[in-house]
Design a protein around this ligand. Structure first.
Ligand code: SIN
Ligand code: MN
Length: 267
């Protein structure tokens, strides 16, 4: 896999340092307005489906997360092999092949989007899927502008640095059971590292690590906050238990390969 540092898609040494230090990195303007419009149009169709892949909010019944998008639409199938994901992933993880382990949008619709409690993804990936190491990467694209009003993600900067913190299973707060991190753990980590809340226009990309603590408040605003999320994981760290459905954790471990043609080329 190419990791040519002269490639404009490649992360700079400073960006790599920020990722390793903070556990999260924001990359403005990575996807164009046309690309975002194409992804949103496809998503509107997919979210209208009455299928288990569309998980609904506990209170309103509105779609909270739509899973398995790469198996449900050709544009999302192309997206997972986008060089803007694959090249930075290999810069961070080395040359080991990676697979698309989870492909979804978290919708957090206007007025109805509910919170995500403090958590880190490896707690679920380890306990539910048997991943051994906290090295998977969560790569986001904002499909709407993300502001302080519409339920942005917050990260506890550097909360991954001492290894995965203690967790507890929450099955009651939202529609989706989650291994969460309690106040007595979040408090000191946040005092030490501070919080970071990346915001920006649609097309902004985020990359964050599997053990960095994050969460997000409800969306009380009149503006939706849809975020695409691709989790990539080295094939060498693939799942060893199969408790969750394949649409939540893909069982196809075929390595991702950076595509040459533009995302919107022939869909
Ligand atoms: C997540 O942590 O997986 C989702 C958080 C969010 O979409 O706000
Ligand atoms: Mn998460």
């Amino acid at each position: 896999m190419t990791t040519d540092p002269t490639n404009p898609i490649a992360l700079t040494a400073e960006q790599l340092d920020t990722f390793h230090r903070d556990g999260v990195l924001a990359l403005p303007s990575r996807f164009s307005p046309d690309e975002v419009a194409g992804l949103v149009a496809a998503l509107d169709e997919l979210m209208a489906d009455d299928v288990p892949e569309n998980i609904r909010e506990k209170t309103s019944g509105v779609v909270r997360s739509s899973f398995d998008l790469h198996r449900r639409h050709p544009l999302y199938a192309r997206l997972v092999n986008d060089p803007r994901f694959v090249i930075p992933a290999h810069q961070i993880l080395g040359d080991d092949p990676v697979y698309a382990m989870q492909v979804k949008v978290n919708a957090k619709e206007a007025f109805t989007g509910e919170q995500w409690q403090w958590h880190y993804d490896f707690a679920t990936h380890h306990r539910e899927d048997g991943l051994k190491e906290p090295i998977a990467l969560n790569m986001h694209i904002f499909l709407d502008e993300v502001t302080e009003f519409n339920g942005p993600l917050m990260f506890v900067r550097g909360s991954h640095l001492d290894g995965p913190p203690p967790t507890e299973l929450d099955t009651t707060t939202t529609s989706y059971p989650l291994w969460t991190v309690g106040p007595s753990v979040v408090g000191p980590l946040a005092e030490r590292g501070g919080l970071v809340c990346p915001k920006g226009p649609a097309g902004t990309m985020l990359i964050f690590g599997d053990a960095v603590v994050h969460g997000s408040p409800p969306n009380m605003s009149p503006w939706s906050r849809r975020i695409f999320s691709l989790i990539v994981n080295p094939v060498s760290n693939r799942q060893t238990t199969f408790r969750r459905p394949a649409y939540i954790h893909d069982r196809d471990f075929t390595p991702l390969v950076a595509r040459d043609e533009p995302l919107l080329a022939s869909v």
